[in-house]
Design a protein around this ligand. Structure first.
Ligand SMILES: Nc1nc2c(ncn2[C@@H]2O[C@H](COP(=O)(O)OP(=O)(O)OP(=O)(O)O)[C@@H](O)[C@H]2O)c(=O)[nH]1
Ligand SMILES: [Mg+2]
Length: 299
């Protein structure tokens, strides 16, 4: 009797901002560990999610959407993407199939080509496509540009064709033992996930300008009370006017952000949470090495 070989490895989720990388990661691990929003540049860190299957273990790395870096913050985000590409066994290029091809797409494709790693193209958001024929020219375009191991139209939101993705990935993983325990979903520190959940709510409740000037840093995590975990988070902004926007009239907005984030965090931790949010003004934090390092966004 021949035993089937067990495979394991790292897979990078690469794509433009808003393509659906974090949505896919959450779907894959079956829990919300990555922030998702309809605003670009939601993800700031590399987040790893583990999928254990009967014959393989796939460790996915969600990365920030590829964009032109202006601030030091953005340069570090892009360094995280390049770093991820170097470390993985397989690259999944996630492309929003409902938007037209632009320079950003070419740039991402070049990154994938240069990596010389087996690459799978996931054409995402097909649930939003009324005319499925629209996919054909897109498939043709990418097929002519690169020898993809597979091209898969899918919906990360609905979980459509994700099995096909996992099967295609499995074929290109090296033989090896599992890298994580079977019930482990992520090796991400819980504090960072919590910070991302809070930032997700800020993105969901404020206008276009605010998302980019905020960062969330957990400053206190206390589990001495058996009934509930006490968490304090600082929300960094760059100007007093932005602080006002986040706090809202009579503190209403900050309260709404806290309530929504707490609900997610309680599901994640499986216990009651007391979440306290503070807003701090630090001018130009996006260009300050010390502030970024304190947020865990290091070189
Ligand atoms: N209709 C539809 N919407 C999707 C799908 N996948 C993701 N979205 C939506 O697209 C938006 C962006 O999703 P994210 O998962 O945050 O995208 P991302 O690629 O992680 O973005 P960045 O972190 O900014 O790089 C959100 O509003 C998602 O709900 C999909 O398959 N179908
Ligand atoms: Mg993301």
């Amino acid at each position: 009797m021949t035993e089937k070989t067990y495979r394991s490895g790292l897979v990078g989720l690469i794509g433009r901002p808003n393509a659906g990388k974090s949505t896919l990661l959450n779907y894959l691990v079956g829990e919300k560990i990555a922030a998702v929003s309809n605003k670009p540049q939601t993800t700031r860190y590399k987040i790893r999610g583990v999928v254990s299957r009967p014959e393989s273990q796939i460790v996915f790395i969600d990365t920030p959407g590829v964009h032109k870096p202006g601030y030091l913050l953005n340069r570090r985000m892009m360094a995280a993407v390049e770093d991820a590409i170097l470390s993985v066994d397989v690259v999944v290029l996630i492309r929003d199939a409902t938007v037209t091809t632009g320079n950003g797409d070419r740039f991402v494709l070049d990154l994938v080509k240069r990596s010389e790693k087996p690459a799978i193209l996931l054409l995402n958001k097909i649930d939003k496509l009324r005319e499925k024929e629209k996919l054909l020219p897109l498939i043709e375009l990418y097929r002519n540009e690169h020898d993809f191991a597979a091209i898969i139209p899918a919906s990360a939101l609905r979980g459509e064709a994700i099995d096909a993705l996992l099967t295609a990935i499995e074929e290109h993983l090296p033989e090896g033992d599992p890298l994580f325990g079977e019930d482990e979903l992520t090796d991400q520190p819980m504090r960072m996930i919590v910070a991302e959940m809070v930032r997700e709510k800020i993105l969901a409740t404020t206008g276009e300008e605010i998302p980019y000037v905020t960062a969330v840093v957990p400053e206190k995590w206390d589990e001495t009370d058996p009934e509930r975990t006490v968490i304090h988070c600082a929300i960094f902004v760059e100007r007093p006017s932005q602080k006002g926007i986040i706090i809202g009239k009579g503190g209403a907005k900050l309260k709404a952000i806290g309530t929504a984030a707490r609900a997610d965090i309680e599901i994640l931790l499986g216990r009651h949470v007391h979440l306290q949010l503070f807003v701090k003004v630090v001018e130009d934090w996006r260009n300050k090495d010390r502030e970024l390092s304190g947020m865990g966004i290091s070189e």
